[in-house]
Ligand binder design. Sequence first.
Ligand code: URA
Length: 253
Amino acid sequence: MTRDDLAAHLEFFEALGVGGVSRDPAWRNRPVPDPPPAAGGMTVLYQSAGEPRQADASTPPQPRGAAAPLLAAIRADLGDCTRCKLHGLGRQQIVFGVGNPTADLMFVGEAPGADEDVQGIPFVGKAGQLLTKIIEAIGLTRSDVYIANVIKCRPPGNRNPEPDEVAECEPFLFRQIDAIRPKVIVALGKFAAQSLLRTSEPITRIRGREFPFRDAVLLPTFHPAYLLRNPSAKREVWEDMKRVRALLSRARP
Ligand code: URA
């Protein structure tokens, strides 16, 4: 790492509001006080049908060792998917998801962009590089977590995914979540948060709050692409990530 790289890294951490850094393992593993609980504790948003958006009663809990073969089976079921129109609208490949099949922490974004469409891996472009730094800021690496998107194919011109595309693709994401059984799911940005929680509440109202979701706690935060345009919002993301770190350190209820 060059001096310039190091300076940029430290500036980023400063912008995130990180109070200090040390190479001392004892410092890195120091107990971190929990942030104050979210006002009102866990929030349940209701779908238009009036049902709480929680784990399906029909979803049997998976033994954790089964996650990798389950993910492979889900990928095989997806095949060279032509279920929605995106397969004919210029997508190069399906971007399934990447990371630790037994991750406690999962990130869910909106949809692959141009870089992800080329590489077949979620969050590898500029926003993805910032996501990698955010993950590292809480002492984890990309290979500790699992990263996926609400939909698996790039919409043309990076437009928002359309309802029929989400309807076809989302069941595969839900199967991934049920296979991985993360403790915490971070929904990245307005689209992922609103789509998963079936809400139209603005991201500014729901970010940093905890929602029960498929046997996990779902916490929305700002999308890294938004942070690239609005660097001052990194402070709020850092607050959200501290809450994520505290949630991860708690035993599963
Ligand atoms: N933005 C997303 O929401 N997902 C990606 O994979 C890349 C950019």
